[in-house]
Design a protein around this ligand. Structure first.
Ligand code: C2E
Ligand code: MG
Ligand code: MG
Ligand code: MG
Length: 283
């Protein structure tokens, strides 16, 4: 009886797995052809100085508008792009696209604007990653000192020796490094000190918790303190309301990003948003 149940269980398991795998394979093909057909695009979310609310830069966020008009978010298709290796080509395209946009923004007069680009661990681990980065910077003539790459905290915890060396190579190109979704992992102080990172991004979860219980702000507080102690910049992500912004300011958090300030925008809307911001400041 146990055996037949086991077999039944096994059958059920593999059948649902089969469906899942088939769906994944289908999406992988759709993504590959969608990428070739130009269905991917970037949205740019402004990042602001919390003291003045003035934007200093933006994060490039990947979007997929499928043939039938559906908009698919990166959380759904990046894992498939990683799994299939397609992320290497897509990631290079994202980087070049974002760098070209940065150059346009500088030319339009936003000459100290910065651009943050998310990098997948599959992409980062690729042996030619640093060469690819150098070529993209050369070809687009983007100024590296205004470019930031975001790696996740989970990535920053792996293979310490390799990572330290690779980050050092990346830093030599002149770009800076932020640790995304910070607070969700367990990076130790000593490990962080070995990595040549420039900025910590407080994960949205901890920004959301900030207005809850008295202890809700403790992780955000800790990250801000950690940044101060290590001489790193700190940005809070996912700031949705004034109360959160207020608490972050009082905790000494210098920078923020979130729907309160702006949703991710098309390049045209970003330029318009930046223009309006200037008008508000001047008024
Ligand atoms: P992330 O890098 O942590 O990006 C922040 C996410 O939070 C974005 O979701 C952004 O739209 C969303 N967000 C920003 N402000 C708010 C807010 O106030 N409230 C809420 N609820 N959400 C907010 P998105 O664009 O769906 O991206 C999800 C994740 O996908 C990103 O998280 C990043 O890990 C990944 N991703 C996005 N673009 C790329 C890319 O070009 N390459 C790679 N490798 N990963 C990417
Ligand atoms: Mg990010
Ligand atoms: Mg994040
Ligand atoms: Mg995230």
């Amino acid at each position: 009886r146990a055996k037949s149940q086991q077999r039944a269980g096994h059958f059920y398991f593999s059948r649902s797995m089969g469906v899942e795998i088939r769906e994944r394979v289908r999406m992988m093909h759709a993504l590959r052809s969608g990428f070739q057909r130009g269905e991917l695009f970037l949205a740019y979310q402004p990042q602001v100085d919390l003291a003045t609310n003035a934007a200093f830069g933006a994060e490039a966020l990947l979007r997929w508008r499928t043939e039938d008009g559906r908009l698919i978010g990166p959380d759904r298709f990046i894992p498939i792009a990683e799994y299939s290796g397609l992320i290497v080509d897509i990631g290079e395209w994202v980087l070049r696209q974002a760098l070209a946009e940065l150059v346009r923004l500088h030319a339009a007069g936003h000459c100290t604007f910065t651009m943050s680009v998310n990098v997948s661990q599959v992409q980062f681990r690729h042996p030619h990653f640093v060469d690819m980065l150098r070529r993209a910077l050369d070809d687009t003539r983007a100024p590296p000192e205004y470019v930031e790459l975001e790696i996740t905290e989970s990535m920053a915890m792996e293979e310490p020796a390799l990572l330290v060396e690779k980050l050092a190579q990346v830093k030599r190109t002149g770009v800076s490094i932020a640790i995304d979704d910070f607070g969700t992992g367990f990076s130790s102080l000593s490990h962080l000190q070995r990595l040549q990172v420039d900025r910590l991004k407080i994960d949205r979860t901890f920004v959301t918790e900030i207005t809850g219980s008295a202890r809700g702000s403790s992780i955000a507080e800790m990250v801000i303190q950690l940044g101060r102690n290590l001489g790193l910049s700190v940005i809070a992500e996912g700031v949705e309301d004034e109360r959160q912004a207020h608490i972050l300011r009082s905790l000494g958090c210098p920078l923020a990003q979130g729907f309160l300030f702006s949703r991710p925008l098309t390049p045209e809307a970003l330029v318009e948003w930046l223009g309006n911001q200037g008008l508000i400041e001047a008024a």
